[in-house]
Write a protein that binds this ligand. Structure first.
Ligand SMILES: Cc1ncc(COP(=O)(O)O)c(C=O)c1O
Length: 436
């Protein structure tokens, strides 16, 4: 297939076939945006389109490609696993699941923590949404309450319960109601207090809300959430599907805060970019939900055994002091460079950052969109935050070398210069008009 994809004429044909057999509206959208890129070869921090143009991936699918594309160590682990294993039987006891669960919970250990506060159990799924659904089910089952509080503009996936914790635009077209789900504004302490005083089952938060534009939650707010959850018996669920697994320079972004959640959900990067897997990690006490019947929740593909091996290797790579230190060193470089650009280019208003979880905030949405177009055409792929289009989500792979980081920043600088060109200033006017 690669041979067929390797020239622009066949790429056009595939775009057409995609439109006719997968999604006409999506194909149209990408054509209109000039983003009808077909990923062909992929390697390290980059992928290539059908014409051989290289894009450095600073989107990383929200963390899926934290270790780059087709990471050889993950491929080796999966290849080895394929010699002996397959998906496994989700009804039986599984050694790879046990090993992976141990590694995950070990990474959440807090020295001196009370035993009943430790996260000691893990159930696996194959997508982030599935893992969020399970976290909500367990919270409801344990508390015997119904309501779930989430942030306005947050995102937790498109599956049955996760979707209800997100935007109305994902519910209304499907005639799904939000019954049992309540939303509160980001960092609004009085809304938080009122919502938790009504004793919901759970509150769910992304440790850094990516779709909302990557605002960094203040330590005071995070502590308040924990304290109110304790006071009202509410389950605190942190969605680390994007922020976890080393992205912020710690294994889990919540470890930057002095709090310990009741549940942590992970996905995306756990796949090593190769085999889909997700996990719902929770305190032991919640297991009582499954005491009467351990089969009230199952997932055929969740924690597939070959996937567990890929994930185990992924964890070994990331949960390493030196690796995490290298992420922090890289973050310091991007921090310095981005702040220098902020002084130089008025359109770049703010840099939001925790480790390599970065949001570049532009003066308005039109500037961000035109900058993004320039960035992609100059060879760095990224996306904007859907619920705050002023913000470019900037997520370089964690394995970016110093030389590659310098190359990324050269392209960012060039794209900021391009934003000031007459052509782009005109385009900005058109885009402003289009998006109102
Ligand atoms: C923060 C967050 N939670 C949950 C999900 C859902 O994950 P999935 O698409 O694997 O269901 C996503 C996906 O983008 C996400 O970014």
């Amino acid at each position: 297939m690669d041979v067929e994809l390797a020239n622009s004429r066949s790429a056009k044909r595939f775009t057409q076939r995609y439109a006719e057999s997968v999604s006409q509206p999506k194909a149209q959208f990408f054509r209109k945006m000039g983003l009808d890129i077909i990923m062909a070869r992929r390697e390290g921090i980059s992928f290539y389109d059908a014409q051989g143009k290289r894009y450095i991936n600073c989107h990383c699918n929200g963390g899926v490609f934290n270790l780059g594309h087709r990471n050889p160590e993950i491929i080796a682990a999966l290849t080895e696993a394929l010699e002996k294993y397959d998906i496994g039987n989700h009804h039986l006891i599984s050694a790879p699941k046990a090993l992976l669960a141990e590694k995950l919970t070990d990474s959440m250990r807090v020295p001196g923590q009370k035993k009943d506060e430790e996260i000691r159990r893990v159930l696996f799924g194959s997508s982030g949404g599935e893992a969020i659904d399970l976290a909500i089910k367990i919270a409801r089952g344990y508390t015997r309450r119904r309501d779930v509080v989430s942030l306005v503009g947050g995102y937790h996936g498109h599956t049955g319960l996760a979707v209800k914790a997100g935007d109305a635009k994902f519910l209304d077209p499907f005639n799904i109601d939000r019954e049992g789900f309540v939303q509160i504004a980001f960092e609004d302490v009085s809304q938080l207090e009122a919502a938790l005083a009504r004793k919901p089952a759970a509150i769910i938060l992304e440790t850094i809300p990516a779709t909302l534009g990557m605002p960094i939650i203040s330590p005071g707010y995070m502590k308040k959430v924990r304290a109110l959850c304790d006071a009202h018996g509410v389950v605190m669920i942190l969605d680390e599907v994007q922020t976890g697994l080393g992205r912020t320079g710690k294994m889990w972004a919540y470890q930057h805060y002095d709090v310990s959640p009741d549940m942590v959900v992970t996905g995306k990067g756990l796949s090593g970019g190769i085999y889909p897997i997700s996990a719902t990690c929770f305190r032991q006490k919640f297991e009582s939900v499954f005491e009467k019947d351990p089969f009230i929740h199952i997932s055929t593909f969740g924690g597939a055994e070959v996937g567990c091996y890929a994930a185990l290797r992924m964890l070994e790579i990331v949960n390493d002091r030196e690796f995490l230190a290298s992420v922090t060193k890289l973050s310091d470089f991007f921090s310095r460079e981005c702040r220098a650009l902020q002084n130089e280019f008025a359109a770049l208003k703010e840099v939001r950052q925790l480790g390599l979880f970065m949001g570049l905030v532009f003066e308005d949405a039109a500037s961000c969109l035109v900058f993004l177009k320039a960035l992609i055409s100059n060879g760095v792929f990224a996306v904007y935050a859907a619920n705050d289009k002023r913000v470019l989500q900037f997520l370089p792979p964690l394995v970016t070398s110093e030389a590659e980081a310098a190359e990324i920043m050269r392209i960012v600088r060039q794209s900021l210069r391009d934003l000031g060109s007459i052509k782009n200033r005109l385009m900005k006017l058109v885009v402003s008009f289009m998006i109102g």
